[in-house]
Design a protein around this ligand. Structure first.
Ligand code: SF4
Ligand code: SF4
Length: 101
């Protein structure tokens, strides 16, 4: 099987509205990526991406740096637990909302 054929058959999910709508409104804790610690952001290499791989909602991009779609991120904290360098901090939404006002 050629690489091109394999690429077409890879599973790939995109965040989008399901039966529950924009699930980001459920979030109590918001994951924030520290680009000074994140491996691909620091090295400019397509490395790690555990956050992308393990996010159950497919809301993390496999880009440099990785980004999170907060419209659908439920704040489950799996990305933070799977990050090998503790680059993802979970911050209380209430504190962030106060700062953003
Ligand atoms: S798991 Fe951590 S180090 Fe790896 S890409 Fe995600 S934020 Fe960066
Ligand atoms: S907190 Fe959960 S849903 Fe949000 S980006 Fe991390 S793993 Fe995905």
């Amino acid at each position: 099987m050629s690489d091109a054929t394999f690429a077409c058959k890879k599973s790939h999910s995109e965040p989008g509205p399901g039966d529950a709508g924009k699930t980001g409104s459920w979030r109590v804790l918001r994951p924030i990526i520290n680009v000074n610690l994140c491996i691909p952001a620091k090295t400019n290499k397509m490395a790690c991406f555990n956050c992308w791989l393990y996010c159950p909602d497919g809301v993390v991009t496999r880009t440099i740096p990785p980004t999170i779609n907060y419209e659908y991120c439920k704040g489950c904290e799996i990305c933070a637990e799977e990050c090998p360098v503790a680059a993802i901090q979970m911050v209380e939404e209430t504190k962030l909302i106060k700062k953003e006002k």
